[in-house]
Design a protein around this ligand. Structure first.
Ligand code: URA
Length: 198
């Protein structure tokens, strides 16, 4: 069994936070264990909770379109979320839930060892750069520990507010050249003070 499948089996039994009581299924993530790009969203919604797969609702359809715009399919990348279980009524994940679930995300990153992590939305960005605002850093990349971190607005933003659609599409189109010129992406300043809050 692959390391990710083993991890997913372990994750399916997780009862570390209250979300385990209301979820239908854990939504571990999907894609290639050897993916160069790891997309990290916020939390599963209703569709994801029903199917046990990430980004399969309307936001996911837009993500599929965005991937296609750079010649990729879901199975070429890895897709997951900051929290692996649906928050009731799709509320925002709580700080304690994100902290508790972080160990799964860290293990996924360890196994996949992506060249690039794409944070989709502010909750995902905050996992890596807690001091940054998505409005300022979307479409920009920094390197930390040899990994490129790239921030984008969450695809659902385009569904709520049409003006985001174009920005998100443009930010997606920058990914191939960033990956190709990985050595030129600058190393980020440490955000030690903020990170210690986690
Ligand atoms: N929004 C997310 O952040 N993740 C999903 O899996 C679906 C919608």
């Amino acid at each position: 069994m692959s390391a990710l499948s083993e991890l997913n089996e372990e994750m399916a039994l997780c009862e570390d936070c209250e979300l385990s009581r209301s979820r239908s299924r854990v939504v571990p993530g999907e894609g290639s264990e050897r993916a160069a790009i790891f997309f990290i969203g916020e939390a599963p919604g209703w569709h994801e909770d029903q199917q046990g797969r990430p980004f399969v609702g309307p936001a996911g359809h837009f993500l599929d379109e965005l991937l296609a715009s750079i010649g990729l399919k879901r199975q070429d990348v890895y897709i997951s979320n900051v929290v692996k279980c649906r928050p009731p009524s799709n509320r925002d994940p709580l700080p304690l839930e994100m902290r508790t679930c972080r160990r799964w995300l860290d293990r996924q990153i360890e196994i996949i060892r992506p060249k690039m992590i794409v944070a989709l939305g502010r909750y995902s960005l905050a996992q890596f750069f807690p001091r940054d605002s998505i409005g300022k850093v979307h479409g920009t990349a920094r390197k930390k520990g040899g990994v490129i971190y790239y921030a984008m607005y969450h695809p659902a933003a385009a569904l709520h507010q049409g003006s985001f659609r174009r920005v998100i599409q443009e930010d997606m189109l920058k990914i191939p050249s960033l990956l190709a010129q990985a050595e030129q992406v600058e190393e980020a300043e440490p955000q030690a003070q903020q990170l210690s809050m986690f």
